[in-house]
Design a protein around this ligand. Structure first.
Ligand code: ADP
Ligand code: ZN
Length: 613
């Protein structure tokens, strides 16, 4: 591979020639200069922001081998394959390697033949690994997924706590810690536990402008989900999150019966099957993974087109992290969530019934309330999300509320009726029974309890059942009623309900919205698609790529990203120079695939135009 790295700007030269990109993104430039110059750094960037380059480029710019600590051995192989594709000398050491494989990697390290070595933390901390590193020239340490040191976070890895030895034993080697977890508490914990007090902190905007947020009222969740997939994401890769293992299994089966290529994933499955499902999701096109939150960290598949939630997450942090797995390639993607009163009741019960102490329950309740606030807001979802992470913003034009501002209505009278139904029935019933009473239904339970004689019986005939469900849900999220978990979720009034009952406080609610109008979603998708990429050519390119991916046993996107193929299909370059000008094609890929691609474009190589990845 011929590279022309100049004295003036070696970082930019490497970016263009090795990675095939024409410019840095966001703070990449500053971070790379800082670390290449020997400084320590803490990098907070959202998923898909381009964290990897922040250590990969300094690794190439500095003498010696860069050590990358990553908790996810399943993904190291793909990362190494991606590096090798661009001609970088990378390897990994993990428990998946046999003795011979490990010995050969160690030999390469000793001989100075590696630019990057990926290691699991437990492997790094072994005394013989540390001994070996002392004898090896080191470019830097990169600590990926650095939030794993946080004992309060959901990804806590005890071995991460011991990574402070890096500073103690290798004080002269620069360290760069990276994470997509944004909150100030985690940041402080990373700095103190990894002894990064002297590190420069780089905080990027956490906005993910290509993700469209849509939160709908849950009516028939599966049917709503299926409609959403069929209308906006047919044959595209996505993740559907459910709360329980059972629901994961049932939903996956149901989607599969309805023609969606869905696979289940949860911690209760046999390890081999689970790993096989993850590998298929990662490598094949268009798989929908139905999963509990056990699935996710470190999924670096760039072309996940949607993340759907069939159950309410526990907090905005969780929601943001889970939805952040969509659209890492910067192309349009959807975050879709369906929620209803039952979800609110269920999440509150999980908190109330947990063994945790009061302080923990208070925090958990506050976090859930913040999430419910996001669900019920009539204002821009993105503004609300970013505000939560301490970042100001303005209405985005790419969320459900911006695209179709929800109607609000004066719900004062209806709220009073609902609250008095709770009160008159003795605060011992859940929403379904209360709705029967309000709508004047003579059910067995109504008759048994004599509720047909109450003044509230039948006063809610003006609204249908679904509207009443929406009202009760909003009463709970507004804090006017709360479920009593010692009484099967019976609704009780709170102090805040008094002024409303007395007619002293008006209540405004949003009309329920159950789906995004499909025509609009499709039009937006068409708008975002790059101009005039020849679909037949694109299909042939994908088929060509699948063929290479299969032969090299690596995921297709490691060969070339979708966005690169799309650009090829629309610009149709006719020589090496033009092809080299396409984003994602560096010197090594040009050398390796250039002639074949040009021949394919000239129609000299025939590939089946059906792509079957
Ligand atoms: P993160 O680790 O922050 O989630 P990645 O490092 O995987 O993100 O980068 C996300 C995507 O953006 C990758 O496909 C990567 O190739 C691409 N990318 C990163 N930096 C640039 C850049 N400067 N120009 C073009 N594409 C980039
Ligand atoms: Zn918005």
């Amino acid at each position: 591979m011929r590279l022309m790295i100049t004295e003036q700007d070696p970082a930019l030269d490497m970016l263009c020639q090795v990675f095939g990109f024409d410019g840095f993104r966001g703070a990449q430039r500053e971070i790379i200069d800082h670390v290449a110059g020997g400084g320590d750094a803490l990098v907070l960037m959202p998923t898909g922001g381009g964290k990897s380059l922040c250590y990969q480029l300094p690794a190439l710019l500095r003498e010696g081998t860069a050590i990358v600590v990553s908790p996810l051995i399943a993904l190291m192989q793909d990362q190494v394959a991606a590096m090798q594709q661009v001609g970088v000398r990378a390897a990994c050491l993990n428990s998946a390697l046999d003795g011979r494989g490990a010995a050969s990697v160690l030999r390469e390290l000793r001989d100075g033949r590696l630019d990057l070595l990926y290691l699991a933390p437990e492997r790094l901390l072994m005394s013989h690994t540390l001994d070996l590193l002392h004898e090896t020239p080191l470019a830097l340490f990169a600590i990926d997924e650095a939030h794993c040191v946080s004992q309060w976070g959901h990804d806590f890895r005890p071995e991460y706590l011991q990574l402070s030895v890096l500073h103690e034993q290798f004080p002269a080697v620069p360290r760069i810690a990276l994470t997509a977890t944004a909150d100030p508490q985690t940041r402080a914990e990373i700095i103190s536990r990894l002894q990064l007090d002297a590190a420069q902190v780089f905080v990027s905007s956490f906005d993910r402008p290509n993700i469209r947020y849509t939160l709908v009222d849950k009516v028939e969740p599966r049917a709503q989900l299926l409609r959403f997939i069929r209308e906006s994401h047919r044959d595209e890769a996505g993740i559907v999150y459910c709360l329980t293992r059972r629901k994961v299994d049932e939903t996956a089966i149901w989607l599969a019966e309805h023609g969606v290529r869905a696979l289940p994933y949860h911690a209760g499955m046999e390890t081999g099957v689970r790993a096989a499902h993850q590998a298929r999701f990662q490598r094949e096109d268009g798989i929908v993974m139905v999963a509990t939150i056990a699935f996710g960290m470190g999924i670096d598949k760039p072309d996940v087109r949607f993340v759907a939630h069939l159950d309410l997450p526990k907090s905005i942090e969780g929601y943001y992290q889970e939805t952040g797995r969509a659209g890492r390639d910067g192309q349009p993607a959807d975050a879709w969530l369906a929620y209803g009163l039952a979800d609110v009741v269920q999440q509150r019960r999980l908190i109330d019934m947990s063994e945790a102490n009061e302080a923990f329950k208070r925090i958990a309740t506050a976090k859930l309330d913040a999430l419910l606030g996001l669900c019920e807001t009539a204002a821009c979802r993105r503004v609300r999300l970013l505000e939560y992470f301490g970042e100001p913003g303005s209405p985005c034009g790419n969320c459900d509320n911006c695209l179709a501002p929800p109607q609000t209505w004066d719900a004062t009278e209806s709220a009073r009726k609902a609250l008095s139904a709770i009160y008159r029935t003795g605060q011992r019933f859940g929403a379904s029974h209360l709705i029967d009473v309000l709508r004047g239904k003579q059910t067995e339970r109504v008759m048994q309890r004599g509720h047909q004689r109450l003044t509230v019986f039948g006063v809610g005939n003006d609204l249908d059942e679904r509207s009443w469900h929406g009202i009760f849900r909003q009463l709970v999220t507004l804090g006017l009623a709360q479920p009593d978990h010692t009484a099967y979720g019976a609704l009780r009034l709170t102090e805040a309900a008094r002024p409303v009952l007395r007619g002293e406080q008006p209540i405004s609610m949003r009309h329920s919205i159950t789906e995004v109008p499909a025509a609009r979603a499709r039009r937006a998708a068409a708008m975002a698609a790059p101009a005039e990429a020849d679909p037949v050519l694109l299909a042939r390119l994908k088929s060509w790529r699948s063929d290479h991916a299969r032969r090299q046993s690596i995921p297709a996107y490691v060969i070339l990203h979708d966005s690169t193929l799309t650009e090829i299909a629309s610009r149709q370059p006719c020589d090496r120079t033009e092809l080299g000008g396409i984003s994602g094609i560096g010197a090594r890929k040009l050398e390796r695939y250039g002639e074949e691609l040009l021949a394919l474009l000239r129609g000299e190589i025939l590939v089946p135009s059906e792509h079957a990845e």
